[in-house]
Design a protein around this ligand. Sequence first.
Ligand code: M6R
Length: 614
Amino acid sequence: MCGIVAYVGNKEAYPILIRGLKRLEYRGYDSAGIALLNDKELNIYKKQGKVSELEAFTINKNLKGNIGIGHTRWATHGLPNDVNSHPHFTTNKDIAIIHNGIIENYSTLKEELISRGYQFRSETDTEVIVHLIDDIMKTEKVDLVEAVRHALLSVTGAYALVVISNKHPDTLIAARKSSPLVVGIGKENEFYLASDATPIVEYTKQVVYLNDEEIAILDRNSGLKIVHLSKEEKTPYIQELELHLEALEKGGFEHFMLKEIFEQPKTIHDCFRGRLNTEQGWVNLGGLKDYHQKLLNANRLIFVACGTSWHAAQVGEYLIEELARINVEVEYASEFRYRNPIINEQDVVIAISQSGETADTLAALELAKSKGATIIGICNVVGSSISRITDAGSYTHAGPEIGVASTKAFTAQVTILTLLALLLANKKGTVSAAKFHEIISELENIPKKVKEILDKNNLIKEIATQYKDAKNALYLGRGSSFPVALEGALKLKEISYIHAEGYPAAEMKHGPIALIDEEMPVFVIATKGTSYEKVVSNIQEVKARKGKIIAIVTEGDEQVKSMADHIIEIPDTNEHLVPLLATIPFQLLSYHISVMRGCNVDQPRNLAKSVTVE
Ligand code: M6R
């Protein structure tokens, strides 16, 4: 949610900032802006819309400078227009700032500053910080770093920010609290800064992740210095990035989403690689090795997550309760933290998050920790905030997910949860050796079976053409396919703007059935298994009301085929692994419908990949 990039060194900053902003555009694309410092002249360019519009706007401008900051915005306070775009600057344009997060006490601070003669240009919360810094420098007669520190002691809320000043032509000052910031260390006192490592990786693999309430001073003469808000000096902890540049490119696909859908045979395999052994009959999650007993003896496992990750958690609930017979609850992170939940030391709270930065999920974990629960993270982004605050965790190893609509992260999350359920069930003795062996062997076949479904892309595209103009859609499933239905509906609505709802198939007759007419596509997961016959009855109920049935069925199914308008066959698999396969056709259907409707697949309107505000 808002992307930050900055550079100080001896290269031209502009191309680095623009490339970085393009990499970070997934975090917000309401507007983009940069500030460049050249010969003590601070030039600011900002524009509503995408980075490409900023680029067009800056043609023929003075873009010189070896130090600069850049921002891509997801609007919170104030309309997405040019004025509200970052950077924001002091009245005399000596200091400029970029910010990701929300300053909660901004209106009080703004009133105070107005009473002291400051005039505000924008409606943003960010602008108060830059005027506050200016005011503190003037009234307290302190230098810029001290003024930034004092200003941050006065604000409440979340921030990752970078400050640049024409009085300090060699220095950038950055700070974070609850919003991520990474420092890249280049050659000879050359520094990069960004909200994540994607703009940095092509220049250096040496990074320092800033911690909450740390201020980084990046100076091309004196190097990197990190101090805590309390003034305590910190030793930078330099880490080696594992990220590869190719992972950030489209690799010949038209969209990142399509590339990420097609990566799933590999990402699912990467997720379980080295974590199971069919011959010796074990499953292992290295990051949790010291927490097995804690998990097995837990009063409850409480999953906290948002969006797609919440759907994965729902699948996890089915798997863990069914296989390991441990009590599981799944909570929306945003609701969990505000309803005074009853948690104690016997509970284990497990956050699921692709980005590892989702503000609601982070806050839910912090609450659980304060109440004594053990906290565990299942994240995709290595080094993310959730992965760093948790007691233990497992990475999903899906690689960077750039498309705003989550696809490969979901299947990787479900894979980890399957492994977790099997691990606990095996240790607890709640599954027979034969069943344990059957499921882990079949898990190894899943990448190949996902590939078989991807090979039906043309058929799925053909089906998509028939429903691209739908106004509404229903998604139905039972058991662990119910969250897959929820996920299918979310995919459709977020990238094609068609209203879609997911329901447990049997719930349809308690209300949603009233919506069904000949215009309504109903996407149903009707694979062979425990609830098959019941789902067949639900399909009959839809047909009786002239709804259109698009059914995902097990290969060779004849019964549903005779009733449905379209079927998409998926390979037969163990019932517990169906979510990993059934979700793939829904991803492709949504993708094609979005493309056919002319929507922005990778950057749908109003959304951002990483939701770092509550
Ligand atoms: O990074 P996280 O997994 O914590 O993100 C949670 C949601 O914001 C995310 O899944 C969102 O719902 C996606 N747009 C879904 O495609």
